[in-house]
Design a protein around this ligand. Structure first.
Ligand code: 3EB
Length: 338
């Protein structure tokens, strides 16, 4: 699509969004509007601003991707809503919030504040549909003041904020929730003015239908979200672990957990194609994988399995992080771009 097509209804309603990944911390291409720049690891001296987002998880050996850019063909406005910084074009929004942790109140209050501000930000724009969220905070499995884990407090805060917002989206975003070593709650997210398509995994109970006790709120996320932009189709795959039904498989076996997680992602891609007439290729259209690893000692084993199951050229980043269940040792997220 070129600027001269901009009078067609297609280009008015669906802009393009393209993601590039890089091995070096390059700068974005001049003249191409960038919605967001993501930098992984801890490069000294880089400031966070509206466009640049830094994730502070430690990078592990085997990684070949260190930065990521989200390009659109449209002009971009920058904004701030309370603690949320965002970039915005009429059809898409990329936002970022980082709140110091612990805040003045409980972690649940902090998470509720983050999501209240995120929904407030979206409601001030036309982009009320969350497509993808990334959530990082310390002490994810620690028992907090609510006599439940911080992850459970996070789930209930996210649910409460979503209900209170009145945004009636029935489609939950694809999501990642990982425990960090950094003393802040960080959420960054992509939203648009039209919803994506939620895809669930036939091997897994939908997370929002997990059996829950009174103290545990359901995790509101979709296993994957499909989104057709004008020139690219994206499939945002949530953090995916060794879970079948709702139960962890292969406790204490990181290799088997990794293989099961990869099997879950492959099944999800096949299922998306079957249901929604996409033709995503589980290998060729994989733009990147992010592999979250609990124990540094497991990295060589993980890299051996990744080498066996992925083409050597597939962009990947291994990051040290904790999963929301104590028995999970590894978790993977992916982005498909066709
Ligand atoms: C799982 O499948 C693993 O609460 O948003 C993965 C991705 C997980 C997202 C979330 C949780 C979330 O239940 C944990």
């Amino acid at each position: 699509m070129t600027a001269s097509d901009s009078n067609t209804s297609l280009s008015r309603t669906i802009p393009d969004l393209k993601v590039t990944v890089h091995e070096s911390p390059v700068l974005p291409v001049a003249g191409h509007p960038v919605l967001a720049c993501l930098y992984f690891g801890n490069p000294a001296g880089r400031d966070e601003d509206c466009l640049s987002i830094q994730t502070h998880l430690d990078i592990l050996p085997g990684s070949n991707l260190f930065s990521q850019f989200w390009y659109t063909g449209q002009d971009i406005t920058q904004g701030q809503h309370e603690s949320v910084w965002y970039t915005y074009s009429p059809h898409m929004l990329f936002g970022h919030i980082r709140l110091p942790c612990p805040g003045p109140g409980s972690f649940r209050q902090l998470a509720r504040q983050a999501y209240r501000e995120i929904y407030g930000c979206l409601q001030g724009t036309a982009c009320t549909h969350l497509l993808r969220t990334w959530n990082y905070f310390p002490g994810i499995t620690h028992q907090g003041e609510d006599r439940t884990s911080r992850y459970n407090s996070f789930c209930s805060a996210r649910l409460q904020a979503m209900q209170a917002s009145g945004i009636g989206s029935r489609i939950y975003p694809a999501a990642t929730v990982i425990g960090s070593q950094h003393d802040s709650l960080q959420v960054y997210f992509l939203a648009s003015d039209t919803p994506g398509i939620a895809v669930e995994n036939p091997r897994q109970t939908s997370a929002y239908d997990y059996p829950v006790t009174d103290t545990h709120a359901p995790p509101l996320f979709s296993r994957g979200v499909l989104k057709a932009w004008s020139r690219h189709t994206h499939f945002y795959v949530s953090g995916t672990a060794s879970i079948i039904g709702h139960e962890t498989q292969h406790v204490d076996d990181v290799g088997a957990q990794l293989n099961e997680s990869l099997n879950n992602i492959e099944t999800l891609v096949v299922h998306a194609n079957d249901r929604h007439h996409t033709q995503l290729n589980a290998q060729d259209d994989l733009l990147y994988m992010k592999v979250y690893v609990r124990h540094h000692k497991d990295v060589p084993h993980i890299n051996t399995i990744l080498a066996a199951r992925l083409p050597g050229t597939t962009p990947r980043i291994l990051l040290q992080g904790d999963m929301c269940r104590d028995d999970l040792l590894v978790e993977i997220e992916a982005l498909y771009q066709a």
